[in-house]
Design a protein around this ligand. Structure first.
Ligand code: GLV
Ligand code: MG
Length: 367
């Protein structure tokens, strides 16, 4: 067992001190690009400032023969785009490295930390199965940070995409002060669990409940009955949110593969937002706009939340607003909304304009 006192000591001589708090940076859309694809790579500099996070993807979706080119491409992009990364501009730079059991994972970590460790914000590690995977990465990163002379520790983000990872999600979140967050990887998770869906995220029309038959007769059983599609990912996302929040880190939805179905994509993102996620992945530029909209509180929600917070004064007691009871707990719900809106307005001028246009609260609570 490791003493609590040792938890915040560097794991290598000369490595920076571990973080005590994970910075609350807006990360509504994590936009994936393939650094080995020259067309995608060329667009990166112009995307700075249009999206909260740009992520150089080295893992799945990059062909085996392009793994070295993707790694080298990311190093070059990070060096050449001098506004990229939270230390230099408005858009964070993340990467998704290859899995720890792949032939490329070690080279990814070694090269990226030594070459661009001062620019990268977060390293996403796929297929994390237990705390032991995070411990391995934790020590290795400390050694590499010491070697590279970095003064800030890199953060680690795990992808939840195996049944064993799900069973161990709480210990994964708690495994290191570097842990920044977790994303759901619904495609790998479905495959690993042997779920019978071939979709990348989203619901499935076969996963439903059906209205009872009118009277149990054969005719009523055969008759048309209303069905309600259920959310395949409800348990997974909810448990991931609890594991993250209870460890002071951030939960994210992952990919939505049906790029053309922008409506279902928005639904999936909103389900994750309502359950507590702070952002999602974007696989196509049009998903950035959807994510930014969904993961930013609506003007209506912010208007209501500010009214409740103002009416509640010091946040204790109870008031009636529009016939509804508000108290300490609902005031806290509203503070979540108000604080998120303030944080996003600080980086998104369009959103700031919308929130600033909300009428200042003058009204007092009624009985
Ligand atoms: C993402 O990596 C997924 O497997 O869904
Ligand atoms: Mg995956």
């Amino acid at each position: 067992m490791r003493s609590a006192k040792d938890f915040f000591r560097p794991l290598a001589v000369g490595a920076p001190d571990p973080l005590r708090e994970i910075p609350a940076r807006p990360s509504r859309a994590i936009h994936f690009f393939d650094p080995s694809n020259p067309k995608m790579a060329a667009k990166v500099p112009d995307m700075v400032g249009t999206v909260d996070v740009l992520l150089g993807n080295l893992e799945d979706a990059v062909k085996a023969e392009n793994k070295d080119a993707a790694r080298d491409g990311l190093v070059r992009i990070a060096k050449e785009t001098d506004t990229l990364g939270a230390r230099r501009g408005p858009t964070q730079l993340w990467t998704r490295v290859n899995a720890l059991d792949s032939p490329w994972g070690l080279d990814d970590l070694t090269t990226l930390v030594t070459e661009i460790g001062d620019v990268l914000d977060v390293i996403m590690v796929p297929k994390v199965e237990g705390a032991e995977d995070i411990h391995y990465v934790d020590r290795l990163l400390a050694q590499l940070e010491a070697k590279a002379g970095l003064d800030q520790p890199l953060m680690v983000h795990a992808i939840l995409e195996t049944a064993r990872g799900m069973v161990n999600v709480e210990e994964i979140c708690a495994a290191s002060p570097r842990m920044q967050g977790i994303s759901l990887g619904p495609a790998d998770m479905a495959a690993d669990r042997r779920m019978k869906t071939t979709r990348v995220g989203g619901g499935h029309p076969g996963y439903l409940v059906r209205q009872d038959p009118a009277d149990g007769s054969e005719e009523s059983i055969a008759a048309e009955r209303t069905t309600y599609q259920q959310d395949l990912w409800h348990y997974t996302i909810s448990r991931m949110v609890d594991a993250c929040v209870s460890n002071g880190i951030y939960p994210f939805y992952g990919p939505f593969g049906d790029i053309a179905d922008t409506v279902a994509c928005e639904d999936q993102f909103r389900n994750a937002y309502l359950l507590g996620c702070v952002g999602t992945w974007s696989l196509h530029p049009k998903q950035i706009a959807i994510a930014n909209k969904v993961f930013s509180p609506s003007v209506e929600d912010v208007t209501h939340a500010r009214r409740v917070v103002a009416a509640m004064g010091d946040g204790t007691g109870a008031v009636m607003l529009d016939g509804k009871m508000e108290d300490d707990a609902s005031c806290k719900q509203c503070l979540v909304m108000v604080q998120l809106a303030d944080q996003l307005a600080a980086v998104d001028p369009e959103l700031k304009k919308q929130y600033d246009a909300i009428e200042p609260v003058s009204e007092k609570a009624g009985a």
